[in-house]
Design a protein around this ligand. Structure first.
Ligand code: ASP
Length: 325
């Protein structure tokens, strides 16, 4: 399924037909004991969840499941906001960000501004597993990936190159200075059914961004967070804005204090709107899961309504998040 822009997505009747529309994620809540649950952002999250479930049921760890699930979206050239085929930065270079966190160890790994390596979530995991660092960026991250055995490749596809050339050739073309264009992160939160939580995300960020831009996705506590004692969360949308609210850790701490995942998602977005009413117009959406496998998903407004994928009890669902404003 091609995910090009949110406007296209909102228009997509075909997709809407496939959606089991629900205004409340509580429909999707349940007792996850002994059952893994995978929750991901956007329709492409369905393929990610299905792969994650397959890996987990074949004996992989929850970290393996989240990494391999996200790899599916990174590898798909039709998804123009993640990995291979993601729309490039201002200079026409695909620049990727990703992060993953193990909620048992309170340990994360993340990668920013990675070029020429299509699976940043896997590189992020190796930062977590093989180094004592948490976040690596740019040239150093690229050299680290090569040392870990990854191969450099061209991540522009004919389709993404064409989009970039068209953007460059458009007089007074939109840049990130004006309106965020074409983004959508694959964020995933998962439990093994025994209270263990892993969260991760991967993105090419905003199309045409200024080279070197870092937003929420690779920042621990912003784009993703996992804590076995409280739950996990991930964010998608205008990362330049949402970084300022440390969305994922804020949601997780609310769940720790007793909020349900849905309440925590809603409260986070309400807080954003209370601090600045202009945020009601923003592209902001979040997902969350507690250690019991109950889930929540919320979007700031209907113009940017998150479709999220939920895998539970062997079944894959595509649902609509709650809308706050
Ligand atoms: N948050 C991502 C970023 O700003 C993009 C998205 O999730 O839509 O890079």
């Amino acid at each position: 399924m091609e995910i090009v822009s949110r406007r296209d997505f909102m228009k997509s009747v075909a997709v809407a037909g496939a959606v089991a529309a629900s205004s409340s994620a509580s429909d999707a809540s349940g007792d996850a004991r002994l059952q893994p649950v995978f929750l991901s952002t956007w329709p492409f999250g369905q393929a990610a969840n299905e792969q994650a479930a397959k890996v987990f049921h074949s004996g992989g760890s929850l970290l393996d499941a989240v990494e391999k699930g996200i790899n599916v979206v990174e590898d798909d050239p039709k998804v123009m906001s993640v990995g291979y085929g993601g729309l490039p930065n201002e200079d026409g270079v695909v620049e990727l960000d990703a992060g993953i966190m193990d909620g048992t160890r309170h340990r994360a790994g993340s990668i920013c501004n990675l070029h020429h390596i299509k699976n940043p979530i896997s590189v992020a995991r190796l930062v977590m597993e093989k180094t004592r660092h948490t976040t690596m960026a740019g040239e150093g991250a690229f050299l680290f990936a090569l040392k870990m055995g990854f191969h450099a490749e061209q991540l522009l596809t004919p389709a993404s190159l064409e989009r970039w050339l068209k953007w460059k050739a458009t007089p007074n073309h939109l840049t990130y200075w004006i309106t965020p264009e074409n983004h959508d992160t694959i964020g995933m939160v998962a439990t093994d059914g025994n209270g263990h939580i892993v969260a991760g995300c991967s993105t090419s960020g905003l199309a045409w961004k200024i080279p070197g831009r870092v937003a929420d996705s690779p920042l621990v506590g912003c784009g993703f967070y996992a804590d076995d004692q409280a739950g996990g969360a991930s964010a998608t949308g205008d990362g330049d804005l949402m970084t300022n609210y440390c969305t994922s850790i804020s949601i997780v701490r609310m769940m720790e204090r007793g909020a349900s995942p849905q309440e925590a998602c809603n409260e986070l977005l309400q807080h954003m709107a209370q601090t600045d009413s202009r945020n009601k117009e923003s592209q902001s959406a979040v997902i969350a899961m507690n250690p019991r496998g109950e889930v929540g998903a919320a979007s700031m407004n209907a113009q940017f309504r998150l479709q999220y994928a939920l895998w539970r009890n062997g079944q894959s669902h595509l649902l609509l998040s709650e809308v706050l404003y």
